[in-house]
Design a protein around this ligand. Structure first.
Ligand SMILES: [Zn+2]
Length: 404
């Protein structure tokens, strides 16, 4: 097996554990930064390693359009292409196609859509979304789903959920038949050994190294494959969410995601749906909440028992000068920081807070310097990753309730 999940500590509903993938181990609960186009905008891979990023997210829709799956596959998959030796997760493209709205047409077979780049017509189905994700070669890939719009009445949410269930079955069937085609499987060994000499290893202890060697042996036997996660839909209807969860579990996946949230619904409704859905997911499998949230929200969801989260907020907000700190939000563009010699966040140990003043960061932002985006993104990611590190520590100490 090239994918495992172990729960090592629990504290009330929160869990701390470990995901084991073909590209390293991931401590959970984990926050996954978004690298839409095989890049976390403005931050080089060595800096992401230094920040302790354990797993990155890539967007299949964007990579499928540019540079194209075949190009990435030939260059060793995403790991080789972007020189990232740690784990990667890709979405199925379903959510991005959903957000194109007027440019898409959904049928039983799949989704026809127009590219946001050049207006060209494309078609994504469960089968082609799996083929794309196998070619990109992330460690964790997602079933092709239909993200139900908000608001949707019950009949619409149910029909959409049924479609997602049928697409989940088709996704799994295609994946099972083609999973050996991943760029780092046994048939691509020569490319893999080339990649390993190019890509720096990150620090590991002996036990992890032994585990990695075992997995490399498995690769040579052709056993290393990706893990395909199922996605629970059902709109904002708690009964449909339960039904979607139970029937997705029946299809059977090594992990389960909660999709279809952060689509415009009020935040208290998001929380209600998450809490209700989690009750129906198996305790021994990883639970991935897609596309949330603020620092306060990711802490809250970890407390409820979510193991994996991703969100564009820290990186997107950083590019707009909105910074998350231990003392609250800082809008660095404000004139009040023009003479402020203090660090951005006195309680943050990141390379930005250790070196630069608020006055300098404000100047970079006001002058539209590229460095503003770089430094702001590094700090915001550091803040999110540190937050999750502290959450994991609290769960392991059994003090989760004190932390929250
Ligand atoms: Zn910082």
């Amino acid at each position: 097996m090239s994918f495992e999940f172990q729960i090592e500590s629990t504290s009330n509903r929160a869990r701390a554990g470990r995901l084991i993938t073909a590209h390293g181990e991931i401590e959970t609960p984990v926050f996954m930064p978004v690298g839409t186009l095989a890049s976390v905008k403005g931050v080089p891979q060595d800096t992401l390693e230094e920040l302790g990023v354990q797993i990155l997210l890539g967007n299949t829709y964007h990579l499928y359009l540019r540079p194209g799956v075949e190009t990435v596959r030939k260059l060793g998959g995403l790991h080789g292409f972007m020189s990232w030796p740690r784990a990667i997760l890709t979405d199925s493209g379903g959510f991005q196609v959903f957000s194109l709205n007027a440019l898409r047409k959904v049928t039983e077979e799949g989704v026809t859509f127009r590219s946001h780049l050049d207006g060209g017509s494309h078609f994504l189905s469960p089968e082609s979304a799996m083929a794309a994700q196998i070619g990109l070669g992330a460690d964790i890939i997602m079933a092709f789903d239909e993200c139900t719009e908000f608001p949707a009445d019950r009949a619409r949410a149910q029909a959409s959920m049924e479609m997602t269930l049928r697409w989940s079955e088709r996704s799994k069937k295609y994946f099972e038949e083609h999973k050996q085609e991943v760029p780092w499987s046994s048939c691509q060994l020569s490319a893999l050994s080339h990649q390993q000499t190019q890509v720096p290893r990150f620090a590991r202890n002996d036990k992890q190294e032994a585990a990695r060697n075992d997995r490399n042996d498995q690769k040579e036997e052709g056993h290393a494959t990706q893990a395909l996660f199922g996605i629970v839909q059902g709109g904002m209807d708690l009964d449909l969410r339960k039904e979607s969860a139970l029937r997705t579990i029946e299809i059977g996946f090594p992990g389960y995601a909660i999709g279809g949230l952060s689509v415009g619904e009020p935040r208290n409704l998001t929380r209600e749906v998450v809490e209700a859905t989690l009750q129906h997911l198996p305790a021994d499998k990883p639970r991935y909440l897609m596309g949330v949230g603020t620092p306060e929200e990711i802490v809250e969801y970890a407390r409820l028992g979510v193991d994996m989260m991703d969100c564009v907020l820290p990186t997107r907000a950083a590019r707009h000068g909105l910074l998350f700190t231990s003392e609250g939000r800082v809008s660095i563009k404000q004139a009040r920081y023009a003479q402020d010699q203090g660090p951005l966040d006195p309680n943050c140990g990141c390379r930005v807070c250790r070196r630069y003043s608020r006055a300098y960061l404000r100047h970079l932002y006001a002058s539209n310097e590229v460095l503003a985006q770089v430094l702001n993104t590094i700090h915001n990611l550091s803040f999110y990753l540190d937050t999750m590190r502290r959450v994991r520590h609290s769960i392991r100490l059994g003090e989760e309730s004190r932390f929250f």
